[in-house]
Design a protein around this ligand. Structure first.
Ligand code: SAM
Length: 278
């Protein structure tokens, strides 16, 4: 998905059209999601941005090029500038799973690939898994497709939800995966889940009480959050433990993994936690 090294053909075409010092600044890295390219472009290349995007699109064989921006807000929407083409909806295939999404409006982080692949191996067919922040099924499609577990996927944003539903059909897991378009705090299920996915950042701790009410005794929670490096490895486990205690639960840490650097001095991590009613 990430590529390094500029193609000779791109350099050949653009070196005839751009000043030499700008050719050196052409992006050597980009992210390709389905047939949409996310291209980081230096401000010096601004006057040539549409032509550069056109050449990258032609040589790399994509239909649309977006200039990379930031991901923000409660629903984690990316912020992109359209440089070439118009259609930003695509199907990205990763680990044999089809993810349909609108790349301009829905985040799909290349840095989370290891976690998406890991999820394919964690669950068993007799489990009920609840994904509290499903997105387009980023983490729960691998569980339904490879783990063959029953999955309840909850997604609040109606536009993202539309793709979640399409992805369930595209991956032919309608028999075991169902989707709910609601705020997970309004989800009525209690004491039902063998496994819970909390694939969210920054404010994930606010949702711990709801996760505990959905969890069965002994359930596993894959708890994501962002944490300042200087508080690691004490956090985010201490906060999780404090909240679970307040609600009458014990917790055992099974595993902790760094997913990616989220901001300078801040990591996105995931903890595998087993929760017990005390
Ligand atoms: C950052 S995306 C992550 C998707 C996936 N879990 C992953 O880790 O790759 C988080 C998703 O959670 C959704 N979301 C945020 N708050 C929610 C809530 N209270 N209930 C349900 N979905 C929510 C957002 O709309 C977004 O699609």
């Amino acid at each position: 998905m990430r590529t390094q090294g500029i193609k000779p053909r791109i350099r050949e075409i653009l070196s005839k059209e751009l000043p030499e010092e700008l050719v050196k600044l052409l992006p050597k890295r980009w992210v390709r999601i389905g047939d949409v390219l996310l291209l980081p472009l230096r401000p010096e290349l601004e006057p040539y941005k549409h032509r550069i995007a056109e050449v990258y699109a032609e040589v790399l064989g994509v239909k649309t090029v977006l200039r990379k921006g930031h991901i923000h807000g409660e629903t984690r929407k990316p912020d992109y500038e359209l440089l070439y083409g118009s259609d930003t909806v695509t199907v990205h295939v990763e680990n044999g799973i089809k993810y349909k999404l609108d790349v301009a409006k829905i985040m799909f982080s290349p840095a989370n690939v290891k976690e998406r692949v890991r999820m394919a191996k964690v669950a068993k067919p007799d489990e009920l898994v609840v994904d509290m922040f499903a997105g387009i099924g980023h983490l729960s499609l691998p569980i339904a497709v490879y783990g063959k577990a029953k999955v309840i996927a909850i997604e609040k944003d109606p536009y993202t939800f539309k793709f979640l539903v399409e992805n369930i059909h595209l991956n032919k897991v309608e028999d075991r995966m169902s989707a709910y378009n609601m705020d997970n705090r309004d989800f009525p299920g209690e004491n039902i889940a063998d496994r819970i996915l909390m694939g969210y950042v920054v404010r994930t701790h606010e949702f711990i009480p709801k996760a505990l009410s959905i969890a069965k005794d002994g359930a596993i929670i894959h708890y994501h959050n962002t944490v300042p490096e200087k508080l690691m490895p004490r956090e985010p486990f201490e906060t999780f433990k404090r909240i679970t205690k307040e609600y009458g639960y014990d917790v055992e840490k099974l595993n902790e993994l760094k997913i990616k650097r989220y901001a300078p001095g801040v990591w996105h991590v995931v903890l595998d936690l087993r929760v017990f009613k005390s």
